[in-house]
Design a protein around this ligand. Structure first.
Ligand SMILES: NC(=O)C1=CN([C@@H]2O[C@H](COP(=O)(O)OP(=O)(O)OC[C@H]3O[C@@H](n4cnc5c(N)ncnc54)[C@H](O)[C@@H]3O)[C@@H](O)[C@H]2O)C=CC1
Ligand SMILES: O=C(O)C(=O)COP(=O)(O)O
Length: 599
């Protein structure tokens, strides 16, 4: 993304140290950094972080309702490019922050690899996400969101349309009349009333199909291993086993997602269990049927008719035996294609993608935890605390130690199941990994990245007495089986330990090793241990070394084991001290050890 003169400054963070000299610009992942070369010591220092040309770019790769496109345009540069080849998509994607697709675009691993880290969100304007490589998205830290509700009714109505059209031979009869024929007896149909319909997958669409089929006087049974029985009861549907469903049905309607376990679930073996003359409707995914087996079952008369909206390969081959079969009614994946559904889906996905680009947690995230807004508001300061504790803990590890085992303890007066720790764990992982690697960690890829690096995170909940008003009292991060570059960070039980709390909405470090301290975690931190006595003059000595080069000290705190015994001093600084000043601090005779930690 090119920085332009008309660019917008979104975020401005300045140092208290006066900058001088020529500024230079560099851009990484759409965020441009303006750096000033300081004349005094010729070091590069970053003072200002800007999102220049602040509008992100969203590629809309399939037709999306106008209301959705307009919403996107209020926030981003929108590139509507349809019918891209896989190669064209891979080329374009490196210039895009978000991609919106329907079912016709394969968002493969190559797409994520080609994006070189820029793609942050994939929005699926619909339900099924089987065309998106979710594992690759997660590995690349890319959020996938879908629009799960706006096309439910449209898909259900299409299922019912296919069911009724199939049972009365509407499509075949229409073609015959248009061909100048009048074949009344050939197209005698079958009635629906009193017949058994097996709904396979009793989710949103399956439930709506069931409701409507009951209105047509059908006896509806359903199979869904994960559906709640009370929802089925409320609609007057009986949940049954897979075998019972397929063997007792006159009509079978498919409404489950395409997954490894549903792929080709209707196969030779299962067609053989069906009632002869069964009729099948599929508005779910072509891949749930073994299409060759269906052709055989149609030829053998096991399946009398099939009405299909979806196919294993879309569009199917023109000479496909299945499509050409006289007992098959086919539509070109039209389930979600009503004016109303497309408008609704477009708005639903545009809001989700824009929200995700703004950094909000998405309610329709497919590959990340969904955290309700009210929970997020409560947890926000603890999210910051979690990341900072992770950062501190990992920087305390001595080089070559290799971090493997991290234990996180959450202490709270609330019941254990009242705290969703996924977000906190993700931020601790971010804090642990980012300072020691070039990997970008977010809520999407945190667990994956930790696993990939062999980082074992165990979590413990400790219940405290007290008021459950706050979701958490403290978070403790311990790294075991490592050496520390700051021996005082090692607790009595031998692990690096940092502990923090939130005070007045601000994260504080409250313990390091066995030393209690109290410093707000806002700038960077110097920790030093004094030999034997906590001399009153120490604070002044360190302060004046830092003042010599205009490093602003924001706070100091001394944690002692006992008066005039060993003490750890924590000093918060707004700027990074030079190596020389850190060396001078180390040379103060009373300082036994010290460490500088970036937050
Ligand atoms: N043809 C089209 O244009 C459209 C197709 N669809 C497809 O319809 C399907 C259902 O969509 P929704 O109802 O919105 O999703 P949903 O997630 O609400 O429902 C899917 C249901 O399938 C169940 N299920 C999962 N594995 C199963 C198994 N092995 N056996 C039986 N049930 C199983 C789940 O428990 C869930 O209740 C999806 O595949 C979706 O992609 C949805 C909208 C439009
Ligand atoms: O939402 C779904 O799962 C669908 O199958 C609809 O697909 P479409 O967005 O019409 O390509």
């Amino acid at each position: 993304m090119a920085a332009s003169a008309s660019s917008t400054i979104l975020k401005l963070r300045t140092s208290s140290t006066a900058a001088s000299g020529r500024p230079s610009l560099s851009t990484t992942f759409g965020v441009t950094t303006l750096s000033f070369r300081r004349r005094r010591d010729q070091r590069h220092r970053r003072f200002v972080v800007l999102a220049l040309d602040a509008k992100p770019t969203i590629l809309v790769a399939e037709k999306l309702g106008a209301a959705g496109v307009n919403l996107l345009k209020e926030f981003a540069n929108v590139d509507c490019s349809y019918n891209l080849t896989p190669e064209e998509l891979c080329t374009k994607i490196s210039l895009c922050d978000a991609l919106i697709v329907r079912s016709g675009t394969k968002v493969s691993r190559e797409v994520f690899e080609s994006s070189a880290g820029r793609l942050k969100v994939v929005g699926r304007a619909g339900v099924g996400i089987d065309n998106v490589d979710l594992a690759a998205a997660t590995e690349h830290g890319c959020l996938v969101v879908n629009a799960p509700t706006a096309n439910t009714v449209a898909a259900a109505e299409h299922g019912i349309a296919l069911l009724t059209a199939m049972s009365r031979n509407i499509a075949q009869a229409d073609a015959s009349v248009k061909a100048g024929k009048w074949e009344r007896s050939k197209y005698t149909g079958v009635s629906l009333v009193g017949k058994t319909l097996a709904v396979m997958g009793f989710g949103k669409v399956g439930s709506e199909v069931s409701r409507r089929a009951k209105g047509l006087g059908m006896h509806v049974i359903a199979h869904d291993p994960y559906a709640p029985a009370d929802r089925a009861r409320a609609i007057g549907v009986e949940l049954v086993s897979f075998d019972e469903a397929i063997s007792s049905a006159d009509f079978i309607s498919l409404h489950m997602p395409l997954t490894a376990s549903t792929s080709k679930i209707l196969n030779d073996e299962n067609f053989a269990k069906m009632k002869k003359g069964v009729r099948i409707v599929n508005v779910a995914r072509g891949g749930v049927i073994d299409e060759e087996a269906l052709v055989k079952a149609l030829d053998a008369g096991i399946v009398a008719q099939a009405a299909l909206d979806v196919f294993t390969v879309e569009p199917p081959a023109k000479d496909s035996k299945l499509i050409q079969h006289e007992n098959v009614t086919a539509t070109p994946h039209l389930g979600a294609s009503t004016m109303e559904a497309q408008e609704g889906v477009a708005i639903e996905i545009a809001e989700a993608v824009v929200g995700a680009l703004k950094g909000e947690l998405a309610a329709t995230a497919v590959n990340a935890p969904m955290v309700p807004a009210e929970v997020l508001t409560e947890l926000k300061p603890f999210v910051a605390l979690a990341e900072k504790l992770g950062r501190l803990a990992v920087q305390l590890v001595a080089g070559g130690s290799g971090v493997k085992n991290v234990k996180v303890t959450y202490a709270s007066a609330r019941a254990p199941d009242d705290l969703d720790t996924r977000l906190l764990r993700a931020m601790i992982i971010k804090g642990l990994i980012e300072p020691i690697s070039s990997v970008f960690v977010n809520l999407v890829n945190a667990d994956f990245t930790a696993k990939q690096r062999g980082l074992r995170i165990t979590e413990e909940r400790v219940i405290l007495d007290g008021s459950p008003e706050s979701p958490l009292e403290l978070i403790q991060v311990q790294i075991s089986n490592v050496e520390s570059k700051f021996a005082s960070a090692i607790s009595d039980s031998g692990e690096i330990k940092v502990e923090g709390r939130v005070k007045d909405g601000i994260p504080h470090l409250t313990k390091t090793g066995s030393f209690e301290v109290d410093v707000s975690l806002e700038g960077s931190l110097i920790l030093c241990r004094q030999v034997q006595v906590d001399q009153p003059g120490m604070i002044g000595k360190v302060g004046s070394i830092l003042a010599e080069e205009n490093v602003n000290v924001s706070f100091m705190s001394v944690g002692r084991i006992a008066p005039r015994k060993q003490a750890v001093m924590a000093i918060g600084v707004d700027e990074e001290p030079t190596k020389q000043s850190l060396k001078k601090i180390g040379e103060i005779p009373a300082v036994e050890e010290f460490v500088y930690l970036k937050l």
